[in-house]
Ligand binder design. Structure first.
Ligand code: ATP
Length: 190
């Protein structure tokens, strides 16, 4: 069984995330993709993300009705800085027979050698690189294994969405409809 693990801040989740997960499913033949929101990314310690429960709630709305997508809140429950190796180890223990594929956008590989326990992580999971407009499709740095996907590249980021909301610009075309509605109704990210 091939399982996809998709970690990120999801602050908020957007269509780029959903397209990335779908591409990984189809191109790598994944049975399921787990979305794993970070409590705090090691590379975004300068900025506090929106409260974890808010990010989780939006993820649930985005993924409702998709039986192949699951939300794993383990990093949020652990709290503190979220290290991918800790999370991947829990999957390796829980699914010893599975092949694990960790999804990353094309902006990530350059910093992957700096990830905590990179060697151990490279042994436990393969990596799928999802193209992002504006980012050249990079090679995976050693010792990581995996490949690039074709994907359905979409030039959207959570930070751009947050900026648009604060500036009063339209953003509903960049997120699933239920997420747009919840953000508007609850006046999030203002
Ligand atoms: P921010 O703008 O706040 O840095 P982000 O949009 O990059 O956020 P994250 O939740 O930090 O979103 O990203 C989680 C993962 O999804 C990362 O591997 C990131 O590279 C990837 N990703 C995010 N947006 C896209 C996109 N539009 N296309 C492909 N991959 C993406």
């Amino acid at each position: 069984m091939k399982l996809g693990l998709f970690g990120g801040s999801f602050d908020p989740v957007h269509l780029g995330h959903l397209l990335a997960a779908q591409a990984a499913r189809e191109e790598a033949g994944l049975a399921r993709v787990f979305f794993i929101p970070a409590a705090q990314s090691p590379f975004k310690t300068g900025a506090q993300p929106a409260p974890a429960l808010q990010r989780l709630r939006l993820l649930r709305l985005a993924l409702a009705g998709d039986p192949a997508a699951e939300i794993d809140d383990q990093e949020i429950r652990r709290g503190g800085v979220s290290f991918t190796i800790d999370t991947v180890r829990t999957y390796a223990r829980k699914f010893p027979e599975a092949e694990l594929f960790y999804l990353v956008g094309a902006d990530q590989p350059a910093q992957m050698p700096l990830w905590h326990e990179a060697e151990a992580l490279a042994r436990l999971a393969q990596f799928l690189i999802v193209p992002r407009p504006g980012e050249a499709l990079p090679q995976l740095p050693a010792p990581f294994r995996g490949r690039a996907l074709r994907g359905t590249p979409l030039g959207v980021s959570s930070s751009e969405i947050r900026r648009r909301i604060q500036a009063g610009l339209p953003f509903a075309h960049l997120v699933p409809p239920a997420v747009a509605e919840a953000v508007k109704n609850n006046r999030l990210y203002l």
